[in-house]
Design a protein around this ligand. Structure first.
Ligand SMILES: [Zn+2]
Ligand SMILES: [Zn+2]
Length: 278
């Protein structure tokens, strides 16, 4: 519940920043699909989080208890919990961000997962509200693959909660209609200019590019960074994004409700049909 208030606060901050210094002034505040994206914000940030968070967290903790006898730090208690809070925050941030980078790779590279991830990439005008525009199945995938490794670390819940709020702030920033550079720090931290290229509709540089959430470091390290710094992408979306229904109920049921005929002859069916950069 407390997360919900943080989410509202962070969101209002970006509403204000985008009003003051919009990067793309012609885009306007009331863009198409904004109502849907505000629903996703409330759904994923509150209702669905409450619905799924308790039992997925409980499963992770139960599994941790079952595995405890086999863990190297079982006798001395939680290894991470013995560190100062700031160190716990830093470890949780780096580990969870790397895991999310891995999962985001899977969402693009596994054809079935890409079908669900298409909803996030169907946004045509980027702003902070696009951060929570994602399919409910993504939550299942992320939680299934993230919660157990994070529970095994055994740090304080408050440090993990702070990482969740910080990641939300950075996710909003990545999608925000703001334009600023981070200089050499952009080799470590992600930002709106670099994430815009993740949403590039073309195959320039391949589509397997810029998967980072908070840290861009993983993309630079593992060769998935692509960022022409002199320009923005010509179009945001994916090649056959007209297949994505515009109304909420059918988006929730996608890909069963794909707009028929829209994807014919296109490469929208699978990420694997995209040309690779390397
Ligand atoms: Zn993506
Ligand atoms: Zn995005």
């Amino acid at each position: 519940m407390i997360y919900w208030y943080w989410l509202l606060g962070v969101s209002l901050l970006f509403v204000l920043l985008e009003r003051l210094r919009p990067a793309r002034r012609s885009q306007g505040t009331l863009r198409p699909q904004l109502v849907n994206d505000l629903f996703y914000l409330a759904f994923h940030g509150h209702w669905y989080a409450l619905l799924t968070g308790a039992w997925t967290g409980a499963i992770a903790l139960r599994t941790r208890e079952a595995l405890a006898p086999y863990l190297p730090f079982a006798e001395s208690g939680a290894a991470l919990g013995r560190l100062p809070w700031v160190a716990q925050f830093a470890v949780y941030l780096v580990v969870s961000d790397f895991l999310q980078w891995c999962v985001h790779n899977l969402l693009h590279r596994v054809p079935l997962l890409w079908q669900f991830h298409k909803l996030h990439h169907s946004v045509r005008r980027m702003d902070w509200a696009a951060n929570f525009r994602f399919h409910w199945m993504e939550v299942v995938v992320y939680r299934s693959l993230l919660y157990l490794p994070l529970a095994l670390l055994g740090g304080e819940g408050s440090a993990l909660f702070a990482v969740a709020v910080f990641s939300t702030f950075w996710g909003h920033l990545n999608h925000a209609n703001l334009d600023f550079g981070l200089g050499p720090v952009s080799y470590v931290l992600n930002g709106p200019r670099m994430h815009l290229w993740h949403h590039d509709a073309s195959d320039e540089g391949g589509v397997a590019k810029n998967f980072g959430i908070v840290l861009s470091l993983w993309d630079w390290l593992f060769g998935t960074a692509y960022w022409p710094r002199d320009r923005a992408p010509a179009r945001i979306g994916y090649p056959s994004d007209e297949e994505m229904p515009r109304d909420l109920p059918r988006q929730l049921l996608f890909p069963l409700t794909r707009v028929r005929g829209a994807a014919s002859g296109s490469s929208g069916g699978s990420c694997r049909s995209y040309p690779r950069r390397r």
